[in-house]
Design a binder for this molecule. Structure first.
Ligand SMILES: [Zn+2]
Length: 315
């Protein structure tokens, strides 16, 4: 008997080491379908950056532009769905139902940059994000679309912000929103200081004033939501601090990092109290046909990439 045990032990020791995939416990699905403006750089560079960080941090990462990936059984394999620079209406009714169930069952949502310009006809999604994209600077002859500005780091205790100092100065395409996500119960992580750049937006938004959230998180309808407005240019994804910010947010939304984002709106998303629309004029940019408008410049891009398997999950 002892010899047998020894033989079994030796056999076990002789086994090859467990493949790296076996240690991966979390899964992220990147969704980057666009039905309006397409951020080609954000999608390409963001996807590869998230994949690399996933491989180093115990995540398997899939990427798709196919809304058919939004089925209950398929989504159940993931901890978080990352809307990476999506624009326009990207989910049909069936996909919307599946995604809603996924969040209600405790799933995570991470929205990046133009994700706040998606699904404008779906109020549930707007509440999931916390605010809707209004516009951004880039008025011809008035201000530049991309400007350097300083952000204040409001909460340095999260995975998305721990690597940052009290302030963070960098170039970005700074989004204005139609409402303050704080009013929707969001826990704000970053705000941009409008005194450090010209926030006037291409569709007439004057900016957001003294409180201009840029990244936030919140509990929603049973799940977790993280949003950051950063990441327009491909070059921005070469910034280590940006990559760590984004991936920290993805880990938070996945439940892989602490999620101390307040209790969210009373009664969850069903009531969504306190959301105020700031009355940002709609569609001015569309009529002008400015190429900087995410929401209104309809350049359908229906290339449907197959679900790309990056790393096989252990489960
Ligand atoms: Zn952009």
């Amino acid at each position: 008997m002892r010899a047998l045990l020894l033989a079994v032990l030796l056999a076990a020791l002789a086994l090859p080491p467990r493949p790296a995939a076996a240690a991966e416990r979390h899964g992220a699905l990147i969704f980057s379908r666009t039905e309006a403006y397409r951020h080609t750089e954000c999608i390409a560079r963001g996807t590869s950056a998230i994949r690399r960080m996933g491989a180093r941090n115990g995540f398997f990462v899939d990427a798709t532009e196919d809304p058919a990936a939004f089925r209950r059984r398929k989504l159940a394999r993931y901890d978080v769905v990352v809307f990476l620079c999506t624009t326009g209406d990207v989910l049909g009714p069936r996909a919307q139902r599946a995604f809603k169930r996924f969040i209600r069952a405790g799933g995570g949502y991470a929205g990046i940059h133009a994700a706040s310009a998606s699904e404008s006809g779906w109020p549930w999604y707007r509440r999931l994000v916390g605010a809707r994209f209004a516009d951004h600077p880039g008025i011809p002859g008035v201000n530049a679309q991309f400007q350097r500005a300083t952000m204040r780091v409001e909460d340095r205790g999260t995975a998305a912000t721990r690597h940052l100092g009290a302030t963070w100065t960098r170039e970005e395409e700074w989004y204005n929103f139609r409402s303050d996500p704080r009013d929707a119960g969001a826990h704000v992580l970053l705000t941009v200081d409008e005194s450090t750049y010209d926030p006037r937006g291409h569709s007439g938004s004057p900016g957001m004033g003294r409180d201009h959230p840029i990244a936030w998180c919140r509990r929603v309808a049973g799940g977790r939501s993280f949003y950051t407005a950063l990441g327009h240019k491909g070059a921005y994804w070469q910034e280590r601090r940006l990559r760590r910010h984004v991936f920290g947010g993805i880990r938070m939304a996945a439940g892989a990092a602490p999620f101390r984002c307040g209790r969210g709106p009373v009664g969850g998303m069903a009531r969504d109290p306190g959301v105020r629309d700031r009355g940002v004029p709609r569609c001015a940019g569309a009529r002008r046909g400015g190429s900087s408008s995410h929401e209104h410049l309809h350049r359908p891009h229906r290339a449907e990439l197959p679900l790309r398997r990056v790393r096989r999950p252990a489960r």
